[in-house]
Design a protein around this ligand. Sequence first.
Ligand SMILES: [Fe+2]
Length: 260
Amino acid sequence: MTDKTQNMNKIDKEAVKQAFALYTAQYNREDPKIKLKIDHTYRVADLCERIAATVPGTYEDLAWLSGMLHDVGRFEQVRRYNTFTDAKSVDHAQFGADLLFADGLIDSFGPYDENYKSLLETVIRNHNRFRIDEGLTYEYKNYCQILRDADKIDILRVNVETPIEDIYNVSSDELKRAAVTEEVRQGFREKHAIPRAVRRTPADLLVSHISMVYELVYPISWEIVWKQGYLNDMLKFESENEETQKWFDFMRKELLEGRK
Ligand SMILES: [Fe+2]
């Protein structure tokens, strides 16, 4: 084995963080959207590591790396389209994976062999899909699930800490008056994530984000969600729309009573 090969796949976390800082320095950090995604990236990476530590046979640093890279497409998406809405711009996961693995951006994050690159590519391409691709190996599926859990946990934080206008380009007045679409309620009742296509109103977005918790795979992920408290905060949403308010009362009851 040559020295080069021996060094391959060694995940140097400090070097990865530096490469990430260098990459994001090309973008305007004053833009709240850019700042939001930088913070989100570090948090998702840490969450990946925490979750991976509870899953036997998982390499924590590799899970961490998938978190550091998962939203790399967001920066160019914001610069080009000034939105995070994939439907109005590009699918940010595919876009990011193309930058990394077709254009070679991955090489600025360290030398990794084809096995690592292939795993990371699959994990990143799958991170925002409604369902993970079928037929993945146990190992690939595991890393996919870790990243998806970590991402969902931090999206709950982002939803509470970030003004809704900055995330979705809707006003808080619109949100407060919005109804919840029946298909969206159905998804929550069936305890699964809500497909993007059925979301119609700003309140639907909120309900979909709450429903994401039903997709969490690892017990530690639920623990973190309850401990960090953002789900509870989202459930406290007060609507000026009577029907929506009743619906939130129902969701609160369901989730708090079903609390694991
Ligand atoms: Fe993402």
